[in-house]
Design a protein around this ligand. Structure first.
Ligand code: AMP
Ligand code: MG
Length: 411
């Protein structure tokens, strides 16, 4: 086994070699927050306001001066304060103001007693529980101070971030321009969907898969279609893609096959490394620099193409857009509920289904056939089962690492 795996590059080494070469994109633009979903902040966002903007009540009840509290003497009600309709007048000592949640505190208030801790009678409001200064009061700026940073640079904007900006009255945000990514498939055997298949042809899966994942990552996709295994056509495709995009992604033709012209042409055009990765699926992978863009060459087998995109291209794109914390998928531990076949020598990304046992542990099973052409294994799975390079077949009950799919694979 050593003989066949000794020259292979580990996934971690490949990833760090890629990331070491690139630096994040700098160009940015300003967009409305209503059009900013999926975009990435180009700079930190600072709050223009205190939140809450004024001191207000945390409860429905009565606003009072804590010094006026006397369990035996009811307080008269001098007025009412509603959210959006504050009480701004004077109010005499020994009185209180009826107040609703979110209403601004009447001047002089230093406590709010909740309605449930009062008793109302003709004499006024009797307070049944002890009062202290600050009770049930939300202070101005208690949540966010004016000038405080609320989002860092490199944050992807979604349902957790954009409503926060809305709550601060921020209508536009500075984001990185979209990454432009050109994609094409190579192979004389490939047909686009919608066309009949002739003898020996198959449908092009990879371009569709990559296009979808790029859409989900918020990239601007330039789809160059299917390119024949012909040096002239391939050279033209690489040149066109390089001129138009920040990143060029092709699939197929990076392994050692008779029709694999890509290597020869890429060597002419740029500085590309052709790696044999110690991972399964996904052994051949190419990465490097074209004159005006970065290049990733995915393997032809659809599962290998999707896994290498997920494990290598995804972190590359995250890094190019300066993203924090999204570069590596999270992993956790689960018990194998059945035998997982494995040969030592390569890091395995088997497709699995994880679930919770009645005891609350995570368990995982395989989706079955793990061939690198079996794309249905993705739709049946909800995670990768990540089996270390030197590991052999896993027995039921052994702990393994799993990586739940993210939104790219329907996680
Ligand atoms: P290659 O790396 O070009 O030698 O391709 C390896 C295997 O993947 C072959 O069986 C190809 O037919 C298949 N393949 C290559 N590209 C695609 C594609 N875009 N969609 C589906 N299968 C592909
Ligand atoms: Mg091919």
């Amino acid at each position: 086994m050593e003989l066949f795996t000794a020259g292979l590059l580990s996934l971690e080494d490949a990833r760090s070699r890629m990331l070491a070469q690139i630096s994040p994109l700098r160009d940015s633009e300003t967009v409305a927050i209503t059009a900013a979903a999926g975009r990435i902040t180009a700079e930190a966002v600072v709050s223009p306001l205190d939140v809450p903007p004024f001191a207000n009540s945390a409860m429905d009840g009565y606003a009072l001066r804590a010094a006026d509290f006397n369990r035996d003497h009811p307080l008269t009600v001098a007025g009412k304060a509603f959210a959006g309709a504050p009480y701004q007048g004077e109010w005499p000592a020994g009185s209180c103001i009826r107040i609703m949640t979110g209403a601004a505190l009447p001047p002089g208030t230093d406590a709010v007693v909740m309605q449930e801790q009062t008793e109302s009678s003709d004499q006024g409001i009797r307070i049944l529980a002890p009062i202290r200064q600050g009770l049930n009061i939300r202070l101005a700026g208690e949540d966010i101070r004016q000038g405080a940073s609320v989002l860092a640079a490199g944050v992807r904007l979604g349902a957790a971030e954009l409503p926060l900006l809305a709550s601060l009255g921020i209508a536009t945000v500075r984001v990185l321009r979209k990454l432009r990514v050109a994609v094409f498939s190579t192979g004389d055997e490939l047909q686009p969907v919608g066309e009949p298949l002739a003898a020996g042809q198959i449908y092009d899966t990879n371009r569709f898969a990559v296009h979808l994942m790029l859409d989900a990552l918020g990239c601007e996709v330039l789809d160059l279609g299917i390119i024949k295994d012909d040096p002239g056509a391939l050279r033209a495709a690489f040149q066109q893609a390089n001129a138009a995009a920040d990143v060029v992604i092709s699939s197929g033709g990076v392994s050692v096959g008779e029709a694999d012209y890509t290597k020869q042409i890429l060597d002419e055009l740029g500085e590309i490394s052709f790696w044999k990765l110690a991972m399964k699926p996904g052994k051949p992978f190419a990465f490097g620099r074209l004159p005006d863009s970065w290049f990733c060459g995915l393997p032809g087998n659809p599962v290998s193409a999707a896994v290498t995109f997920y494990q290598l291209v995804q972190p590359l794109l995250a890094c190019l857009t300066g993203q924090q914390g999204e570069a590596l998928p999270a992993r956790m531990r689960a018990r194998a509920s059945e035998v997982l076949k494995k040969t030592p020598g390569r890091l395995d990304f088997q497709r699995g289904v994880f679930s919770r046992t009645t005891e609350g542990d995570l368990q995982v099973r395989s989706t079955g056939h793990q061939g690198s052409h079996v794309f249905s294994s993705f739709s049946q799975a909800n995670c990768f089962i990540v089996l270390e390079r030197e590991r052999a077949t896993v027995q039921p009950g052994e702990w393994v690492e799993i990586e739940p799919f993210n939104a790219l694979l329907g996680g």
